[in-house]
Unconditional design. Structure first.
Length: 555
């Protein structure tokens, strides 16, 4: 359990919460405890008939709404998605979708049929549960998508203000997410390299740009078979058109590397820090073997700065004990698998009762090497004619000692390249390692926010679904940064689950006079929730207003 804050700590937490939320976490739906201007009427309550009804999860969606309003997404969407004749505002529906995605990820159909009525969002948003249905949610997706760019620009400014986010270094990575269904009507749904290990399903490719802190700046959706390296110029151009061509550093992994891309980046006077394919290490074998000039920058990490051949770039050799052990284990595992497959093929050739097709055997070997690519060069493999074997072929396998020696020298090593020459080798390495923030963003969207699988098939609905997940991740990241300020670690799911135990409920008071009084209350939090709220600087309301029935409209 969290320790109690002293008075100074409570004041500090509350001040930051007020700055973050603008004191907008207690909306007008909260009823005052007393009716101003009139004397409360007396009522005789039948104490034995008092009952509790309509228990709803409150704490997590209350926090989700606080985050939504802290980012002023309610204001920007009310401005962009202007109300017309519709009964329920599109901005309110978008808030319901994103907050549900944050707190309890599920489909729009499940939100409409079950999840929404289990939460207190109807009281918080003023959207009665009987007014929410899947048709309204799907149409809200259609209305939300056209405002993607305006929302991204707004979030850049708002997050920069709240957390002093700097955009001088941008981390870029891609992932994929797959569909359930054939998606014949969606041209972006294609089969390609699946990061989800679902090559049987169609997918789309998602490109994401984040800051050093993992704060998202922009994203784009590409066809499922789009190759990573072909997305670089489009993403960089898109960000520059949207936010200007400032002096920023682009950080990307080796999947984005091509000489054409690097030449294009240099031509536009853009700065970059990029990983390189492992094969590039061969150019630096002498520097790897040379013991001088290696510098320890962390307990198990050494780096060496090498000047590029044309003087326009620097190369950073890196090696670590942990990575060496990992590389060795991967190669050993691949080699063991390859040895077993080759032994099986040798025995089949020896026991065959008829002549084997040499081209077919060679294709089998090719597939084996493809499946064990990390050990492809460990063995020299030959297929020879044999007069003594019934198959007419003999498999000869010999260890390639030159390859094994080279693999041993480069174990645990990787190479970075950059045209940023003012930074030290340590600065360059630390910046590149922050690519894990982009990887973490994808992991959170997949595991915590359930971006996959995608059940929508229409291209625009798919794009809108991904946009809702993106907004939910922005709320997630905002909460994470808020937690860090409050000394609560960096696990938003833990906070949301803890606060989800706080319920709202209706206290029903039957009276002697006949009518029943209904008071919607927030259940008092337990000690652990109270400590958590104190750290975040939040105060829960004691009572909630009952949603006012909405008149019939045109939506």
């Amino acid at each position: 359990m969290l320790g109690a804050l002293d008075a100074r700590g409570r004041n500090k937490a509350r001040a930051f919460a007020d700055f973050l939320t603008g004191r907008r976490v207690e909306p007008s739906l909260f009823e005052p405890l007393e009716t101003s201007g009139t004397e409360p009427a007396d009522a005789h309550v039948k104490v034995k008939e008092v009952r509790l009804e309509r228990s709803r999860r409150f704490g997590d969606v209350f926090l989700g709404l606080a985050l939504w309003r802290a980012l002023e997404l309610d204001r920007v969407l009310e401005r962009e998605m202007r109300s017309g004749r519709e009964e329920i505002s599109w901005a309110t529906l978008a808030a319901a979708q994103v907050i549900c995605r944050l707190c309890a990820p599920s489909s729009d159909l499940h939100i409409a049929e079950d999840l929404y009525r289990r939460t207190a969002l109807d009281s918080l948003l003023g959207l009665r549960e009987e007014k929410l249905n899947d048709d309204r949610l799907y149409r809200a997706l259609d209305r939300l998508l056209p405002h993607k760019r305006a929302v991204e620009r707004h979030l850049k400014e708002r997050l920069g203000t709240l957390f002093q986010v700097r955009y001088d270094v941008l981390l870029y990575d891609v992932t994929s997410t797959y569909f359930e269904g054939l998606c014949r009507s969606n041209p972006q749904a294609q089969r390609g390299y699946s990061r989800d290990h679902r090559p049987d399903c169609k997918q789309v490719t998602i490109a994401l740009v984040v800051t050093r802190q993992g704060v998202p700046l922009a994203y784009e959706v590409f066809e499922g078979h789009r190759v990573d390296v072909t997305t670089v110029q489009q993403i960089v151009t898109t960000v520059e058109e949207r936010y200007g061509a400032s002096d920023r550093v682009w950080v990307m992994d080796r999947g984005m590397v091509s000489e054409a891309n690097l030449a294009w980046l240099r031509e536009g006077k853009r700065r970059y820090l990029i990983g390189t394919p492992k094969a590039e290490l061969r150019r630096f074998e002498e520097q790897i073997v040379e013991k001088r000039e290696w510098r320890t920058i962390r307990e198990d990490v050494e780096v060496k700065l090498c000047e590029g051949p044309d003087g326009k770039e620097v190369f950073i050799l890196c090696r670590s004990r942990q990575r060496r052990e990992k590389d060795r284990a991967i190669v050993e595992r691949a080699a063991k698998r390859l040895e077993g497959q080759l032994d099986s093929l040798r025995h089949r050739l020896e026991r065959a009762r008829k002549k084997a097709d040499r081209s077919q055997v060679e294709r089998q070997i090719g597939r084996m090497l493809e499946r064990s690519s990390r050990a492809w060069g460990k063995y020299q493999i030959r297929v020879e004619e044999s007069a003594t074997d019934a198959s007419g072929l003999r498999l000869l396998v010999k260890e390639n000692t030159a390859w094994s020696q080279e693999a041993t020298r480069t174990e645990g090593c990787y190479l970075l390249r950059s045209n940023v020459k003012r930074w030290s080798d340590e600065d360059l390495w630390k910046t590149y390692i922050q690519l894990t923030e982009a990887e973490a963003a994808f992991r959170i969207q997949k595991s915590e926010l359930s971006i996959r699988p995608i059940w929508h098939h229409r291209e625009d609905r798919v794009q809108a679904h991904i946009f809702v997940c993106f907004l939910a991740y922005v709320l997630w990241k905002t909460l994470e940064l808020w937690q860090e300020r409050a000394g609560l670690g960096n696990s938003p799911r833990t906070v949301l689950e803890e606060l989800a135990e706080i319920q709202s409920a209706d206290v029903v008071l039957p009276t002697v006079e006949g009518p029943e009084l209904r008071i919607r209350c927030v259940v008092r939090p337990g000690p652990s929730q109270e400590a958590l709220l104190a750290r975040l600087g939040l105060r829960l309301p004691r009572r909630l207003g009952l949603p006012v029935p909405v008149t019939a409209g045109g939506m």
